[in-house]
Design a protein around this ligand. Sequence first.
Ligand code: AMP
Ligand code: ZN
Length: 111
Amino acid sequence: MDCIFCKMAARAIKVDPVVETDRVMVVKDINPQAPVHLLVIPKTHYASILECKDMGVLGEMMEAAVTSAKKLGVADPGFRLSINTNDEGGQTVFHLHMHLLAGRPLSGRLG
Ligand code: AMP
Ligand code: ZN
C-alpha cells in the first residue's frame, strides 16, 4: 500500500483525527494554507471524486466537515470546502479528499 491516506486510514501511520466516523476521518493538513486547514478523507480509496459514486460516503464527508467546523469554532465566522481534482484542479494526492479552510478571510475569488 503506497497511498498515504490509505496508510492513515489503516493506522499504519500515526493520526490524531479531529472527527472520525466509520467511513470518514478528518485530519489537520501537514502544510496548512490557513490557520485552520483540515482534510476530510474517506477511509475507502477513490483516486478522485470522479471514481466515487457512493453518495453515502460523500454525504458523510460533508457532515464530518460541518461537525469539524463547529468543533473548531469556525462555522460561524465561515469556512471553505474544496475538492481538487486531477492535474489542472491542483490535485497532488490521488486519494479523494476535501479541504476545509478557515481562520482568515479567504479571497472572494477561488484559488
Ligand atoms: P491536494 O493538493 O488537493 O491533493 O491536497 C493534498 C494535501 O495533502 C496537501 O494540502 C498536503 O499538504 C496534504 N498532505 C500530504 N501528506 C499529508 C500527511 N501525511 N498528513 C496531512 N496532510 C498531508
Ligand atoms: Zn488511498
